[in-house]
Design a protein around this ligand. Sequence first.
Ligand code: GLC
Ligand code: CA
Length: 577
Amino acid sequence: MNPKPSPPASTAAALWFKNAVIYELPVRAFSDWNGDGIGDFRGLIDRLDYLQWLGVDCIWLLPFYPSPRRDDGYDIADFAGIDPDYGTLEDFRELLDEAHGRGMRVLADLVLNHTSDQHTWFQQARSSPQSSYRNWYVWSDNAQRYPEARIIFTDTEVSNWTFDPQANAYFWHRFYSHQPDLNFDEPAVREAMIAVVFYWLDMGLDGFRCDAVPYLFEREQTICENLPETHAFLQELRRRVDERYGGDRVLLAEANQWPSDVVRYFGQAANPAGPGGDAAGPEFHMAFHFPLMPRLFMAVRQEARRPIVDIMAQTPPIPENCQWGLFLRNHDELTLEMCTDEERDYMYYEYARDPRMKLNIGIRRRLAPIVDNSRREIELMNVVLFSMPGTPVLYYGDEMGMGDNIYLSDRNGVRTPMQWNVDRNGGFSKAPPEQLYAPLIQNPVYSYQAINIERQFQDSNSLLNWQRALIQLRHKTPLLGWGEIEFLAPANERVLVYLRRLPKTASAAAKAIPGPRCVLMVGNLSRSSQAVELDLSRFMGQVPREMFGGAAFPPIGAGLYQLSLGPYGYYWFELDA
Ligand code: GLC
Ligand code: CA
């Protein structure tokens, strides 16, 4: 079955992802419908009205495939199935229908790089050198090949090679030693993974968040990341997705790399004259901006805009039909891989004083506890996130300031059950509490009695209602998804200031977006009140309108424009371009 082709990729409608607000959620943690203590698709379907109310227009589902779940489902045992704990393929189809009926899109995780060691491909591959699956994985008779490749899970793994007694050989793995890497040099592997992509997209899925894409190929004398062979495969993947479905399916890259390397994952997305492209063709529609994320936290703690301004200055422009995915927190540790040693030490010192808060090269905490439950900091960081060039990706529970549990292993402390109300198990499940896949947060500050959706829904001053208003404002301001960014440099370095406007090269589709033509963002990164003087002379005569409350501010005159901001205060002003 071939779904109907979508409109050409240049229209604003086909570029829906540039103005989406994406909500990341693990089915397991969201809502348990059958009462077995594990969240499931029926539970999620039941909660779609909530997500619609919140204003989310795209859901990203963490892996829900059959899996021994030693890496929370990223260790996949069958790419074409649904883990029975989460439901059936029928349930999944119903979720797609119900989401689409509410105008919401659904992305799923696509794990190309590796499988679980329980996958039948690996079981067959290890069973005999003659197996037709042998070459689907990467084998060696020693553990010395590709020595330049770094270890990613530094807390658990000592090598990227593990000896398999059954195969009598070492196999290659960039992540856990129970997650053998697929061998992308094997054409049958490439075809099998494209078949997986078609299988889910044929069902009506809107796209994928593509896990760990830099690591698909290995070559001697390289770090085995971002190789030309990897880009060539990803270009092929994109081309075949576009051919089969027209333009509106979306591929979002998880490439935890420096900006100059990440932009290559956009390829030259049907924008031959555009910047940031690669001659060989388009790859991803979207890619996460990993280096920006820790610098948002750094800037707030240092009370200085420099970390943000610097990393954005190092970020090359990307084609207009591409987009950054921006996030504060996700299901993994707050990764510090894209930091210098000095920056990493600073982040650990400020945000991970208890060694339990560290994991691998990162910090395993949620948004609210990281900023000591400071509502003002949470707001400011969201306001920056929502006004930077990119599409915001929210992590379930952060919209109400959920807490974490650093006493759970691995990254499980940020994957605890969603807190819906004050009923048993926070309304997540009717199972006896000891049967839940993970305990709810107990800490009095963050427990479900204190922090839950129902309570915050009723409280017009809650973080939840504030977050919803921010999402609504963002939806009314498509410019924020399309425009370029220009930083202003007022003398007070504690204040972050930038303009968002369409570039001169904007296409007709970009020019046709409704709403403000120019947004001025002013944010106080400091815990104390600040005054700032801005050179806005080019807007002389205009009356800035503050976008959160709608108030008119004094007209812009010839001199410096004076503003004052409370601790972590912020404004978005609408101006004429
Ligand atoms: C990605 C996922 C992470 C997982 C890893 C290995 O980084 O975000 O959760 O452990 O890939 O699949
Ligand atoms: Ca269940």
